[in-house]
Design a protein around this ligand. Structure first.
Ligand code: G4P
Length: 526
């Protein structure tokens, strides 16, 4: 099959949700339908390993959150579907943000009892900023939940886009009878049961049949009235509007009962976009170009502490990946050999022979690759759009045993390169400064320092609370600024200079005094 055809049958997406909405459950069901061909630390295995393997996972277990992310690939109908998992806890939103830059669509799962929750909102903002198309699954209809009309209203208000129901629930909780397919004009009857497959579902088209009316009673009446209302009030589904992020198709169901899941999977295949062109600094790159290109959006070290490995997750943007091909890191000009590239991360690592745009590949390396790096067959390309945010919390680290300071530095550098935390090296002095967006990141870092690098570190308060990346059109001007503010300058993982401050006012003053210096809250690419 040609690169063009292979790219066209890829669907790469992530699930966004608030913890507990049912992401894990839905993921399992999607994989079940698709008969997953590759499962990176399969969902079940992951759940099991939470109780067995690495100590780092202990944090995840303790807090009931998903710290680690993984990539799953499955084949469904004629498509290859890549599902990228994202950490659920908001303290890891930076990581999630970067994962979302690697997908072409997002599936929003909401708990029908709770509606659109805080964490989902943050992630939605990320999708909206990139106009990522969003599909919506309203989960847990087998419970007493909010009225579906209210939910639709809430989705529209919070997303700022039209919600177009594709299915409509008939009843809820104990009285949940099924969903009405608004396109196929038929009802799929609900039957509880986790191992059910929906080919056994009963389908009813003659809803006005008195026996059907008698069977479902008031819930059916009510649903029919709501459907009439919805059909009158919502605009028609427009695929372009969906792709532009202005409309979201909505599906109701119950993931645990495996109900309404196939509709979502079908919608992903039918509606979600295949890989599209991506913007590099130099030019736009089309997926069906013959030459390979890809961008690193995630780095994970010590997946298995026994192996001390480090893997860069790369999203393929164009061309074909073939095992053994030589790739060039655009930033450094270094060559990467790809004989051991893996299709994803798992206990059982599969060596990858070939992959196409939209696919995620894992490249083992020892620090050659950094977040935001672009890999090509030789062309100097740098993809844009992988963001780093100015940390909102700063800390320093102290260690009891000065003999471990080399290990500490190594650990912090690696964790910084991974994006687990941002590490800043001061222009003057050598106390490393740690910056984070969420406080939990510090806990993960001390935990990992202890378990992966055998360094007992203590997090201590830092003098600074704010950072801005600084740039200038004239490099000499930047140098003057750095020298004049030497004590407030620190460099991040890729040696980009930042200006540190304790109060916002200090930044305003610096901006006034140095009009030729630009201060940035966000840094893109390496
Ligand atoms: P998450 O990954 O988004 O955090 O959510 P997860 O799938 O772990 O689901 C959170 C809880 O909600 C789980 O219950 C799960 O069984 C339940 N759940 C998921 N889908 C449905 C649904 O359609 N209906 C109902 N009633 N419950 C659902 P738990 O008790 O926290 O965990 P477990 O012991 O069942 O694994």
């Amino acid at each position: 099959m040609s690169i063009k055809n292979e790219a066209a049958r890829r669907r790469t997406f992530a699930i966004i949700s608030h913890p507990d909405a049912g992401k894990t459950t839905l993921t399992e069901k999607l994989l079940m339908y698709a008969g997953a061909i590759h499962i990176a630390g399969s969902v079940k295995a992951r759940k099991a390993s939470r109780h067995a393997t690495s100590d780092w996972m202990e944090i995840e277990k303790q807090r009931g959150i998903s710290v680690a992310s993984s990539v799953m690939q499955m084949e469904y109908r004629d498509c290859v579907i890549n599902l990228l998992d994202t950490p659920g806890h908001q303290d890891f939103s930076e990581d999630t943000y970067r994962v979302l830059t690697a997908v072409d669509a997002a599936l929003m799962v909401i708990d029908a009892a709770n509606g659109v929750e805080a964490q989902t909102l943050r992630l939605l903002e990320v999708c909206r900023a990139r106009n990522t198309p969003i599909l919506t699954f309203v989960n847990k209809m087998d419970r007493e939940v909010q009225p579906p009309l209210d939910l639709i209203d809430e989705i529209e208000r919070t997303l700022g886009m039209d919600a177009i129901p594709f299915t409509w629930p008939i009843g809820m909780g104990r009285q949940f009878h099924g969903v009405f397919d608004l396109r196929k004009k038929g009802m799929r009857v609900f039957k509880p049961g986790a191992d059910r497959v929906d080919s056994q579902d009963e389908l009813i088209t003659a809803l006005n049949d008195p026996s059907v009316q008698a069977r479902f009673g008031a819930s059916l009446d009510e649903a029919q009235q709501e459907i009439e209302l919805i059909e009158g009030a919502t605009p028609d589904f427009d695929h372009d509007e969906f792709l532009a992020g202005h409309q979201t198709p909505v599906f109701f169901g119950s993931a645990i009962n495996n109900f309404g899941v196939r509709e979502v999977l079908d919608a992903l295949v039918d509606l979600a976009p295949p890989p599209e062109s991506r913007q590099a600094m130099q030019r736009e790159v089309l997926p069906d170009e013959q030459k390979f290109s890809g961008v690193v959006f995630k780095i994970q070290a010590n997946m298995n502490p026994a192996h001390r490995d480090r893997i860069a997750f790369l999203r393929i943007c164009s061309g074909q990946f073939k095992r053994g091909m030589n790739l060039k890191v655009a930033r450094s000009g270094k060559e990467i050999r790809t004989s051991t590239v893996v299709s994803f991360l798992s206990q059982r690592r599969d060596i990858l022979e070939e992959a196409y745009p939209g696919d995620i590949i894992g490249i083992p390396n020892h620090g050659t690759l950094q977040l935001g790096d672009t890999l090509t067959e030789g062309e100097s390309l740098q993809f844009t759009g992988l963001p780093f945010f100015a940390p909102e919390i700063f800390r320093t680290v102290e260690i009891a045993d000065p003999l471990r300071s080399k290990q500490l530095k190594l650990g912090l550098t690696q964790l910084g390169e991974e994006g687990a935390i941002q590490v800043f090296r001061p222009h003057i002095g050598n106390t490393l400064l740690l910056g984070a967006v969420g406080i939990l990141q510090f806990e993960v870092v001390t935990h990992r320092l202890q378990h992966e690098y055998a360094v007992a570190a203590r997090i201590a308060p830092a003098k600074y609370q704010l950072a801005r990346w600084v740039t200038a059109d004239d490099p000499r001007e930047l140098q003057r600024f750095i020298e004049a503010n030497a004590y407030r300058i620190a460099y991040d993982a890729v040696d980009a200079p930042t200006f540190l401050a304790s109060f916002g006012a200090e930044i305003s003053v610096a901006e006034e005094n140095w009009p030729k210096i630009q201060f940035h809250k966000m840094r893109e690419h390496a």
